[in-house]
Design a protein around this ligand. Structure first.
Ligand code: DX5
Ligand code: ZN
Length: 219
């Protein structure tokens, strides 16, 4: 996957879940590119979100690709079910999977894009032997588990190290960041090499989703 422009993937963790159809319809037409869907198991992260039935419901109304972020232990056990539920991009955590190569290829062989997410303390260098197989690297810019947290400032150098690795290995992986993204850090993130911005509270906390999505894409 190669891209020139910054893609925006609003995280529905911050959406009004009682009106999920309306929320998805608003996201379909606000200028966003993907829909970010956070799955939390209460084990890998100290929080729970939602599971397969909600992903299926979202898929019914979504006109954009579903960017599913699995924050769960042993994601390989659930990958196929999230693919069947409608994931177009499926991202699993480096820290949660003992057999990353097998899990990544299980996802790719099912015909969807495969991503690997790194927690803030997990170094980019651990991706050296898998980067050429990835469609996406998700760099967590907060500790995963909750929306509305503060962006971790030293993420910029990590993004640049990731970009270097991608170029060095001739990988086509996109770089996505997740956590604390807003209009104040979007440009610096893009300059550091980010392709996809996930934003939860910044989009869903806005009166006008389109306006805030536009501000994230300002160059
Ligand atoms: C955090 C989730 C994020 C979250 C981002 O664990 O993975 O996707 O929804 O929310 P904001 O943009 O509010 O930090
Ligand atoms: Zn996420």
């Amino acid at each position: 996957m190669k891209t020139q422009n910054i893609l925006v993937s609003p995280s529905i963790l911050s959406a009004d879940h009682a009106n999920i159809q309306t929320e998805i319809e608003k996201i379909n037409t606000c200028g966003a590119d993907w829909i970010h869907v956070d799955i939390m198991d209460g084990v890998f992260v100290p929080n729970m979100s939602f599971g397969l039935p909600i992903v299926k419901a979202v898929k019914k109304h979504a006109k954009l690709p579903l960017d599913v972020h699995l924050m769960m232990v042993n994601p390989q056990n659930y990958a196929q079910r999230y693919i069947d539920a409608g994931a177009d991009i499926l991202t699993i955590h480096y820290e949660a999977e003992n057999h990353l190569h097998r899990a990544v290829w299980q996802i790719k062989n099912a015909g969807v894009k495969a991503g690997v997410a790194l927690n803030p303390a997990t170094p980019i260098s651990l991706l050296e032997e898998i980067i050429q197989d990835l469609d996406l690297v998700l760099i967590m810019t907060v500790n995963p588990g909750f929306g509305g947290q503060k962006f971790i400032e030293n993420s910029y150098s990590k993004i640049m190290r990731c970009k270097d690795l991608i170029l060095k290995r001739n990988s086509s992986a996109l770089i996505e960041v997740d956590g604390g993204v807003d209009n104040l850090n979007a440009k610096q993130l893009a300059d550091a090499g980010v392709d996809v911005l996930v934003a939860g509270s910044y989009v869903f906390g806005a009166k006008d989703y389109a306006e805030n999505v536009k501000l994230l894409k300002v160059k």
